[in-house]
Design a protein around this ligand. Structure first.
Ligand SMILES: [Zn+2]
Length: 106
């Protein structure tokens, strides 16, 4: 699979990617955010899916940034194979390879 993005557009709360083979996919910001492949977010998701007895009683608290509607503040090409996505809640570490994005949109 060697398709590459030819166009990126923000439409409402979605990112639309047009691909070199003519396909076009839309990705919800929260869908992309919850798939963030960076180490910090992967750790966080692991903790959330395996709560300890101690924090199972605690209510989740959103930080000020997390309470804002999620947006994408920027995307940077990484080499010729991926984009990093800068989310409004502070994470800009995720490297989304083209292949990963194709799978998400599939
Ligand atoms: Zn992340």
């Amino acid at each position: 699979m060697n398709e590459i993005p030819t166009d990126l557009k923000i439409i409402g709360d979605k990112l639309q990617i047009s691909w070199s083979d003519g396909a076009s996919h839309q990705y919800g910001f929260s869908q992309l955010r919850s798939a963030c492949p960076c180490a910090t977010c992967r750790e966080k998701r692991k903790e959330e899916t395996a709560p300890t007895a101690a924090d199972s009683l605690a209510l989740p608290v959103l930080s000020a940034a997390e309470a804002q509607p999620l947006t994408i503040q920027g995307m940077q090409p990484v080499g010729n194979y991926a984009y990093s996505i800068n989310f409004s809640d502070g994470c800009d570490k995720g490297i989304y390879t083209f292949e990963f994005l194709r799978q998400l949109g599939g």
